[in-house]
Design a binder for this molecule. Structure first.
Ligand code: UDP
Length: 328
């Protein structure tokens, strides 16, 4: 047993996959989740502690009980639309909540921290390759909250020696190929699950948010990475910190961009079903194009995405979608 890792948001989409990967790598993932956007039945690997990041006493008790050697911090609100409408929620939950967690970790002597940040911290950059040194000018309070947490981590390193690996995610898709865990948000706002629901008749037609962007087909371009590849990078990040390699920022994307229309087309091909969709207006806060231009994770961490082709991501998401686990 390689010891306990505190996984905030372990009941959520990415966190639940991280728990499976950690368990497979010999760690004991301890999920800390308030179940506001997570699901208790998604906690299938390791113990579950229900709690809120805003509850410092509860955090201290969980650190004292499990003495984790490291934290993986996934718990956050993460919807651009909601962040535009309710920025205060994002500053309180994401920034104040993360500050509590970071302070609790430092107080407990836990100095290894793996953090879920986002390419939304970069904002709009015309014709610029997004690497880790690109300036961060987030367009919405979601990205701004994540950038602020990155700043807190840097300050806590300088003052307290906290070592962090910051992962800036591009778009995450797919599901555990064994369909033990998968993507399930309520409300759902993400492209791939909404599309699969529309294909399946579980909800109305997908709305394509804008066809007047400055891209070849007019729809937004994103860089999609398979959730299993993404969490594999986290296990490598944990090893990186254990090896004493120090704080580092890594983009997690594949470098390939897909437009919304291309994702729709690939889904039609993979599922062999029509995708009902309608064209709608732009969604506030969306960037035109977010594609990683970095190979740092591959070169330095030895990360090598295995399942991040668009067809494999959709096939895995579709398998999960059709499994009994999907309908809660
Ligand atoms: N999108 C869309 N219709 C939807 C949901 C998303 O056209 O119902 C588009 C969205 O504008 C973006 C892309 O799909 O360009 C991915 O959006 P998602 O919400 O999945 O992730 P985000 O890029 O916001 O992290």
């Amino acid at each position: 047993d390689k010891g306990n890792v505190l996984v905030t948001g372990g009941a959520g989409y990415i966190g639940s996959h991280a728990c499976k990967a950690l368990a497979a790598a010999g760690y004991t993932p301890v999920t800390y989740d308030n179940l506001v956007t997570g699901w208790q039945d998604a906690v299938r690997f390791g113990p579950f502690e229900r709690g809120d990041l805003l509850d410092r006493a509860r955090l201290d008790a969980v650190f004292a009980q499990y003495r984790p050697a490291a934290v993986m911090h996934f718990a956050a609100l993460s919807q651009v639309g909601e962040a535009m409408a309710q920025p205060g929620l994002y500053w309180a939950n994401n920034v104040t909540g993360s500050l509590n967690l970071i302070e609790a970790a430092v107080a407990a002597g836990c100095d290894r921290f793996v953090f879920s940040s986002t390419c939304a911290t970069y904002g709009e950059h015309d014709n610029v390759v997004l690497d880790e040194d690109t300036s961060q000018q987030p367009l919405n309070a979601y990205g701004a909250s994540k950038r602020a947490i990155e700043d807190i981590l840097r300050d806590f390193e300088a003052a307290h020696g906290l070592q962090s690996v910051i992962f800036r995610y591009f778009n995450v898709a797919g599901a555990d190929p064994e369909a033990e865990v998968g993507e399930f948000h309520r409300p759902e706002t993400h492209l791939v699950p909404l599309m699969l629901d529309a294909i399946d008749g579980k909800r109305d037609a997908l709305t394509v948010f804008g066809t007047d962007y400055d891209t070849p087909d007019g729809t937004c371009i994103r860089d999609y990475v398979h959730v299993c590849d993404l969490v594999d990078a986290h296990v490598l990040g944990l090893n990186w910190l254990q090896d004493g390699k120090g704080s580092r920022v890594f983009n997690l994307g594949t470098g390939s961009g897909f437009s919304v229309m291309e994702v729709i087309e690939q889904s039609r091909a993979v599922t062999n079903r029509e995708v009902p969709y309608a064209i709608g207006p732009r969604r506030a806060g969306d960037c035109t194009k977010l594609v990683s231009g970095s190979v740092r994770a591959e070169q330095e961490l030895g990360w090598s995405p295995q399942r991040s082709s668009m067809s494999t991501m959709i096939a895995d998401a579709w398998r999960w979608h059709q499994s009994g686990h999907y309908d809660r």
